[in-house]
Design a binder for this molecule. Structure first.
Ligand SMILES: Cc1cc2nc3c(=O)[nH]c(=O)nc-3n(C[C@H](O)[C@H](O)[C@H](O)COP(=O)(O)O)c2cc1C
Length: 310
């Protein structure tokens, strides 16, 4: 019996397998290196990067919820300059795809971060987080407006020499409209979903559990929402889609692949088990090998209709 070929391609980006770690849940990779052989991963997506260092929101900024967690980290990160000086040299030694997740509070800021990463070796792609508040439009997230999402995408593409993946927010009425807009703007791929906005209250103290009041919900609670949004988006656009949201094991990851995602991102599960991505890669491989599926590509988008008898 032959072992399944796990290689996937996201446009021009080649991954050794379809499993990436999600931004903000895996630091800059190095923090996990004593625990995980990073070179076995399909890729890592590093913490959201802004032009200037950001300390993020005041604590408490994480709270556990049923089947998930709320976070209001506030995109704390080292900023472009320190990232290039202190993080990139180590990342360049890795034999896996390194995706840099970027964000800005204005379109100019997104452009500036993309420009700062131009020509930098060892970075495989840029993932654009359009879920953060847009200071130019009264704090509404860029990603909730298809036109603004398209403008951010165009601005990043203009400055970038790397494939550009746009990461969509689920906090919208129709995610297909945003997907269509960023595809039209030239995005090379789409990833989804980012966290769903939520809130939790401490009833004894009668205060919000998060200092920021609201936060982003992640973990298994959001998975059915994420799977459906991926299902919708792959039927709407022609560019590759990377799916994620609540993946805890290989079976969850397979739901996204079967729905049509070319790869998956594992986030919150890393906090429960830092080595979970390894288990997911091995689980997917075994699932396919046991069924005589030679290439993981054959699983992607293989969803059947309820009345098909294949
Ligand atoms: C603590 C935390 C920090 C995150 N930081 C970022 C970030 O910097 N940029 C980003 O695009 N997404 C960020 N995310 C969203 C995740 O990358 C992922 O899209 C989301 O959590 C859904 O996947 P999951 O349910 O597997 O965690 C963060 C999520 C968590 C839990």
């Amino acid at each position: 019996m032959s072992v399944t070929d796990m290689k996937v391609t996201i446009g021009s980006l080649e991954l050794k397998n379809p499993v990436l770690t999600a931004s903000g849940t895996f630091g800059y990779g190095r923090e996990f290196s004593p625990l995980v052989d990073l070179n076995l991963l399909g890729g890592i997506v590093v913490k959201g990067l802004s032009l200037k260092p950001m300390s993020g929101n005041p604590p408490p900024r994480i709270v556990e919820t049923p089947c998930g967690m709320l976070n209001a980290i506030g995109l704390a990160n080292v900023g472009l300059e320190i990232f290039l000086k202190e993080k990139v040299p180590w990342l360049q030694g890795l034999d896996t795809a390194v995706v840099v997740n970027i964000y800005g509070h204005s379109i100019d800021e997104y452009s500036a971060v993309a420009e700062g990463l131009r020509g930098v070796e060892g970075i495989s792609a840029i993932e654009v987080n359009i879920s953060c508040p847009n200071v130019e439009c009264g704090g509404m997230a860029f990603g909730t407006d298809p036109d603004v999402s398209a403008r951010v995408t165009e601005a990043v593409l203009k400055k970038s020499d790397k494939p550009v993946i746009v990461k969509l927010s689920p906090n919208v009425t129709d995610i297909r409209a945003v997907a269509r807009a960023v595809e039209k703007a030239g995005a090379n791929a789409i990833s989804l979903i980012n966290t769903l906005t939520g809130m939790a209250i401490d009833i004894d103290r009668r205060v919000p559990k998060l200092a920021n009041i609201s936060g982003g919900l992640s973990g298994p609670a959001i998975r059915p929402v994420a799977v459906y949004m991926v299902y919708q988006v792959v039927r709407t656009v022609h560019i590759p889609v990377i799916g994620g949201g609540g993946i805890m094991d290989y079976r969850d990851a397979l739901e996204f692949l079967i729905a049509g995602a070319h790869a998956v991102q594992v986030g919150t599960a890393n906090f429960v088990n830092p080595g979970v991505s390894m288990d997911i890669i091995e689980g997917i491989r075994k699932f396919c090998t046991d069924r005589g599926i030679d290439r993981i590509q054959d699983i992607i988008g293989s969803l059947r209709t309820r009345n098909s008898n294949a």
